[in-house]
Write a protein that binds this ligand. Structure first.
Ligand SMILES: NC(=O)C1=CN([C@@H]2O[C@H](COP(=O)(O)OP(=O)(O)OC[C@H]3O[C@@H](n4cnc5c(N)ncnc54)[C@H](O)[C@@H]3O)[C@@H](O)[C@H]2O)[C@@H](O)CC1
Ligand SMILES: [K+]
Length: 505
């Protein structure tokens, strides 16, 4: 995969970079640059609107104080409320001294802010405790103002920059202008709901590098997955090709009453370009011998598929609707045995079974991908779902290391980790994907990309991005997010892959 142009920095890495930038630049350079970037954004997008700025005790508050002065110089009507504070850090103290006193309001924020721009400069990456009562009251006021545009400086107050955990009352931004580098917490878990559109300003530190922490405790740096990172999805096909050129994939799943899950994964694989798709049904006496709506799929009883040594299967996808009873556990063990030298995607029930029967997971010679949602990840790591959600990036990396696997931790802001701990957060997707069957579709899509010869990086990250982009594309056409179906995601993903110049970025 091509080097991405959109890094995400964990907070320890960000502090290291901040330190390096401060050493490389004259004193007191960064805060004026941050305020200047905010001033420009406001003037470009919302010129003519009054601005209300809420300032906290640290340097995030300092950004807001400098911004107030700049907007005042540009003749924008500004009102500013600042939390009481005993001592400010040096940069913020300078900003406080330079603030035109007439802008400062007393008491709590009040008045009608309809049509105004409300700027959250209360807390940035230095927030480390619960919000105090004053801050909560001010945030509640800001979040209640109908018709106002809400802009967060660096990060919405209350949101955790690493994990995307939102404290109660967290600022609800329409736009977040984030400084130095983008942060994973703006894109995963509750991040997207609170950050709105994320605009990154590197404050002129593009060339600054820092020795970044490499310990296990910190997440270091990763990437946001965007279309630009998925170029291999869009490589056009040569004329001189045949079905054998695009791989043979087998899905093993579809236990009693769950045939649909296996069919969704298989149809997704077919529509994403796999040359041939077998469906091994785990149900004892499968009612279907053919998918009449997709007769291109080759349906087989699981035993016959697993016994077929000459099928030329190049990728396995296992788990979709497999079930979790003893029979399913036996099918999984047999499939993992057959697939140990073949790239494999393990999804859904297969993950639950792996967690319950670790001794039945054979050593692998080929790479594999685990695609858990948070509850499945929790079972694999022997913790609860809350612990997974509390730090999705760190837990995805833990899981990847434990199983020497690629991991796709699903949910808002899907996290991808490679076995060696390189991580990304998906930049596409929406709540339309929160419906049954979309996970099966994702597993089939990733399998299809592997079958077509994309390397692991490209297939996993590309599949995740395309899946989310398909949901966005559908929603843009009025198909969802409410009521979007997994089957519709398949068609939209095929469509996007065949018209790379259009659609989601
Ligand atoms: N240092 C730099 O190089 C730059 C910093 N910038 C801004 O500075 C921010 C970071 O500044 P700070 O490190 O001062 O952090 P913050 O401004 O986020 O706040 C830290 C202050 O709040 C206090 N605090 C933390 N949690 C609290 C809570 N729950 N209730 C009450 N008080 C609490 C801390 O003790 C500290 O005094 C960034 O987010 C960014 O907005 C920008 O000016 C760009 C450059
Ligand atoms: K803020």
């Amino acid at each position: 995969m091509a080097a991405t142009s959109h890094p995400l920095f964990g907070s320890t890495a960000l502090r290291a970079l901040e330190h390096a930038a401060q050493s490389a630049l004259p004193p007191h350079t960064l805060m004026p640059r941050a305020a200047q970037a905010a001033c420009l954004l406001i003037l470009q997008r919302w010129r003519g609107r009054p601005v209300t700025i809420l300032c906290g005790p640290g340097n995030n508050g300092g950004d807001g104080l400098v911004l107030a002065r700049l907007l005042n110089q540009a003749s924008v009507p500004v009102r500013i409320w600042a939390l009481n504070v005993d001592k400010r850090p040096a940069d913020a103290e300078r900003a406080w001294r330079d603030l035109p006193r007439g802008l400062l309001q007393s008491g709590d924020p009040k008045g009608d802010a309809k049509g105004a721009v409300i700027v959250d400069a209360l807390f940035g990456i230095g927030l480390h405790r619960d919000l105090d009562a004053d801050t909560r009251r001010w945030l509640a006021w800001a979040n209640e103002q109908e018709g106002a545009v809400r802009v967060a400086l660096d990060i919405p107050t209350g949101l955790d920059a690493d994990t995307g955990e939102a404290r109660e009352g967290t600022f609800m931004a329409d736009v977040t202008l984030t400084f130095l580098r983008d942060k994973p917490g703006l894109h995963t878990r509750s991040g997207q709901d609170h950050a709105g559109e994320v605009v990154v300003d590197m404050l002129g530190t593009d060339a600054v590098t820092a020795a970044l922490p490499s310990d296990d405790q910190s997440i270091g740096t990763g990437n946001l997955i965007r279309r630009a990172d998925c170029k291999t999805l869009f490589v056009s096909r040569k004329h001189d090709t045949h079905k054998g050129s695009f791989g043979t994939l087998a899905v093993l799943g579809g236990g009693h009453g769950m045939t649909g899950a296996a069919l969704l994964a298989s149809r997704a694989a077919l529509h994403l370009g796999a040359g041939k798709v077998f469906v091994g049904l785990a149900e004892a006496n499968p009612a279907l011998s053919c998918d009449l709506l997709q007769p291109e799929l080759m349906l087989r009883p699981a035993a016959s598929l697993l016994g077929k040594k000459d099928a030329g299967i190049g990728v396995w996808v296992v788990g979709c609707g497999l079930g979790t009873d003893q029979g399913a556990a036996d099918w999984l063990a047999a499939t993992l045995h057959a697939a140990r030298e073949t790239p494999t995607v393990v999804d859904a029930d297969a993950l639950i079974l792996m967690a319950a029967n670790p001794k039945r997971v054979p050593a692998r010679k080929a790479a594999w991908v685990l695609t858990p949602h948070p509850r499945e990840a929790a079972q694999l790591l022997g913790c609860d779902t809350a612990a997974i959600q509390a730090n999705r990036v760190a837990q995805a990396r833990r899981l990847a290391a434990k199983y020497s696997a690629w991991v796709v931790l699903k949910g808002a802001g899907t996290v991808v980790s490679s076995p060696d701990g390189r991580w990304s957060v998906n930049g596409s997707g929406n709540a339309g994907l929160a419906t049954a069957g979309t996970g099966d579709v994702l597993a089939g899509m990733i399998g299809a990309l592997l079958a077509q010869g994309l390397d692991m990086d490209d297939a996993v990250r590309g599949g995740v991005w395309l899946h989310g982009a398909a949901a966005q594309d559908l929603s843009a056409r009025g198909i969802g997010p409410i009521g979007l179906t997994a089957g519709e995601v398949i068609a939209a993903a095929r469509d996007l892959r065949n018209r790379p110049e259009n659609g989601v970025t």
